[in-house]
Write a protein that binds this ligand. Structure first.
Ligand code: GLC
Length: 565
């Protein structure tokens, strides 16, 4: 590990900042390109970070920028403590943390403990070593089934499609053992029963904490520990990453043993004081079960994927919000709220899809039920404005503040997601939500890269969505986010209690309308297909604080308003 860089200054403010924080996810490959190779990098982020501070968020989370062959967008890490040259250097990382802290932004970095890249020195060593050796014991190697070991050890399938096992060739050239990879074959799963693996990750955490980070987003925090004996398991068709609606034990997800790891990590963080945090990516249902990841001695937050996955109708939204507040509240954790990230169809498209779209499959030119862009944007704005009023902590994904939709029409030759390759194009995967950001409407590559290059093509329609086309423009999506983030702070929404409103204007709240009070603000969301006259809601335009769409004398379909009570 290189330790030749001094720690960056640490942000100061109260230690429970994360209970109310709005955290902005940066996907470094696609945020801003500082060196002209068409791939975003740390210098690009440093140069553009004031735009994120100006938005009014509290923290950033950076997806991986570590040494990696980039077979899974950097979630295939070959060295956990070195910045990949495509993103810059460790000195750039220190500068980035320092710049963020100067701007009042905390910094979370990603940590990927379930697997390494197949290029990691440990895995290379394991390939050269004998079956049964200490080097193999850091991973999950098994002899194959069948007479000659020619069949995989069990029936597990990779989340990206195809079998979760790959057979190796032993050093002497003979057909050999198999190794487990829940994701791509370039991402061998680590054996977390190994104390060496555990100890190594303690040091990875300390390395970044020493450099000044405020915490970690933990990748696949429901994985890591596999059931003894690796029993066969096949998820239900279309179950997506989270399994079905009900809790059922999965031999590779949600095993009891993971909680000990999070308790151990929590203790490492506490060496650095009370304000460093862990945020879990745990695709676990129901929410009451996910809340186990954020018990007082484990992690601080878990992404609320149930909220992200909820249908756009009043009953589903109310149910998931209520369940979230209850489930996380029961263990003393804040609820989080999230609508988009680098793994899901952007919500400006997802909320207007008219066909089933299992998580991870993505959408492309031949997908059924493609969204109407105007409807998607209208719903996304309504959903985001509703989300930003909810008590707790919220995560934003780069570009959602511009109303970016999924890029549906990426030509096959540009696609990079391993899902696309592992399913022979049957699933499009996640490239459509990872397209480089538009900064300037009339610049090449929309200002993403001064060289005019972009590792994924950007759609033509994005000129009008570029940041410079929205900045300071009343009614733009960017200005709606800025106003909402400012008002959220001024009115103390994140710390308030939510109270459902069942009567408005002397009558029951209309069906498909959702209303709740938080602090001094009343939030009303129209999820119906008909406009609702303001007079029916007992509301006047002079109460209007923020609206997701123009309001004259009615609340239009798919519109959220914040009103002063
Ligand atoms: C997480 C990441 C995703 C990645 C996978 C494997 O789900 O968010 O992008 O492909 O883990 O690391």
């Amino acid at each position: 590990m290189s330790t030749d860089v001094a720690p960056a200054p640490t942000a100061t403010s109260e230690s429970e900042w994360w209970r109310t924080a709005v955290i902005y996810q940066i996907y470094p490959r696609s945020f801003a390109d500082g060196d002209g190779d068409g791939i975003g990098d740390l210098v690009g982020i440093i140069d553009r970070l004031d735009s994120i501070a100006e938005l009014g968020v509290d923290a950033i989370w950076l997806s991986p920028f570590y040494a990696s062959p980039q077979r899974d967008g950097g979630y295939d890490v070959s060295d956990f403590t070195t910045v990949d040259p495509i993103f810059g250097t460790n000195v750039d990382a220190r500068r980035l943390i320092g710049r963020a802290h100067e701007l009042g932004l905390r910094v979370l970095v990603d940590v990927v403990p379930n697997h390494t890249s197949s290029e990691h020195r440990w895995f290379r060593e394991a390939l050269r070593a004998e079956p049964g050796s200490a080097a193999r014991a850091r991973y999950i190697f098994r002899d194959g089934a069948g007479e000659h070991g020619e069949l995989p050890p069990n029936n597990w399938q990779s989340i990206f499609g195809g079998p979760a096992w790959t057979r190796i060739v032993e050093a002497d050239g003979s057909p050999g053992q198999w190794y487990l990879h829940l994701f791509d074959s370039s991402q061998p799963d680590l054996e977390w029963g190994s104390e060496q693996v555990r100890a190594e990750f303690d040091e990875v955490l300390r390395f970044w904490l020493d450099l000044g980070v405020d915490g970690f987003r933990v990748d696949v925090a429901h994985g890591l520990v596999k059931a003894d004996g690796l029993p066969d398991y096949m998820p239900a068709e279309n179950a997506g990453s989270m399994g079905g609606d009900e809790w059922e034990p999965i031999p590779y997800f949600g095993q009891e043993g993971v909680h000990d790891i999070w308790r151990r990590w929590r203790r490492v963080l506490e060496e650095y004081g009370p304000d460093r945090i862990l945020a879990a990516e745990a695709w676990i249902q129901p929410l009451g079960r996910m809340a186990q990841w954020v018990r007082p001695d484990e992690m601080h937050q878990a992404f609320n994927f149930a909220f992200l996955s909820a249908d756009w109708d009043a009953a589903s939204q109310r149910a998931v919000i209520a369940e979230s507040l209850d489930a996380f509240g029961a263990v003393g954790a804040p609820s989080t709220w999230v609508l988009s990230n680098h793994d899901v169809v952007r919500h400006a498209s997802r909320l207007a899809l008219t066909a089933e779209n299992p998580q991870g499959h993505g959408i492309g030119p031949d997908s059924p039920g493609l969204p109407i862009p105007e409807l998607g944007l209208r719903r996304a704005r309504a959903a985001s404005l509703m989300m930003l009023a909810l008590p707790g902590s919220a995560y934003l994904y780069q570009g959602e503040e511009l109303g970016l939709p999924e890029h549906v029409f990426i030509e096959d030759e540009h696609r990079q997601d391993p899902t696309w390759f592992r399913t022979a194009g049957e699933r499009y995967g996640r490239d459509g939500c990872r397209v480089p950001l538009p900064w300037t409407s009339d610049a090449p590559a929309y200002g993403f890269s001064e060289a005019g290059r972009s590792w994924l093509p950007q759609p033509e329609e994005w000129a009008t969505l570029a940041r410079d086309a929205q900045r300071g423009v009343p009614g733009s999506t960017l200005e709606m986010y800025r106003s909402a983030l400012a008002a959220r702070r001024t009115h103390g929404l994140a710390v308030a209690e939510l109270a459902w409103v069942d009567e408005l204007g002397g009558a029951s709240v209309p069906e498909q309308v959702l209303a709740f009070d938080v602090a001094g603000v009343r939030v009303v969301v129209n999820l119906s297909e008909a406009a609702v006259p303001l007079s029916d809601l007992g509301v006047h335009t002079d109460q209007l604080l923020i609206a997701s769409a123009p309001v004259v004398d009615a609340l239009e379909p798919d519109c959220t308003v914040w009103l002063l009570r």
